[in-house]
Design a protein around this ligand. Structure first.
Ligand SMILES: Nc1ncnc2c1ncn2[C@@H]1O[C@H](COP(=O)(O)OP(=O)(O)O)[C@@H](O)[C@H]1O
Ligand SMILES: [Mg+2]
Length: 126
């Protein structure tokens, strides 16, 4: 199991490297590793951009990998979560893939967010 802090952009690099290494150890092929790293990068970047600090836990499951990213920031607006769930959300910056893109890359992505507590759970199966 990996547990990593998210406090600065150097932690983004650390999370990318550590999650990529874990995914390889679990047996994910390169293309899947890239998807996992891309998805987790977007979610970690959101923590840095919108919450400031948080953390990431990644672990092996019986079927693959499970990654949880959390923060104690203001929370994701309800209307944004709804739009992401219905697939109608378009990232404001359009720069990255955003949460909806991450959801497409992973087998599952779920959001639990309220002011002071945001958790994003992602899973990818082998
Ligand atoms: N950890 C977070 N805390 C608070 N708000 C968030 C967080 N992550 C995302 N958001 C909100 O959800 C929106 C959608 O995020 P995302 O899909 O990554 O698109 P983008 O970051 O390009 O706007 C953000 O614009 C922001 O308002
Ligand atoms: Mg984003």
């Amino acid at each position: 199991m990996l547990k990593l802090p998210i406090e600065s952009s150097s932690d983004l690099v650390a999370v990318r490297n550590a999650v990529g290494k874990l995914a390889e150890e679990i047996g994910f092929r390169n293309a899947q590793q890239v998807k996992i790293i891309t998805a987790v990068s977007e979610i970690v970047r959101n923590v840095l951009n919108y919450a400031g600090t948080g953390g990431c836990i990644a672990r092996r499951t019986s079927r693959g990998i499970r990654i949880e990213v959390w923060d104690s920031g203001p929370g994701i607006p309800v209307e944004t979560i709804q739009a992401i769930e219905t697939g109608s959300y378009v990232s404001k910056t359009g720069m990255g893939k955003g949460i909806s893109g991450s959801k497409e890359l992973m087998d599952s992505l779920s959001i639990l967010s309220s002011p002071g507590n945001t958790q994003i759970f992602m899973e990818m199966n082998l």
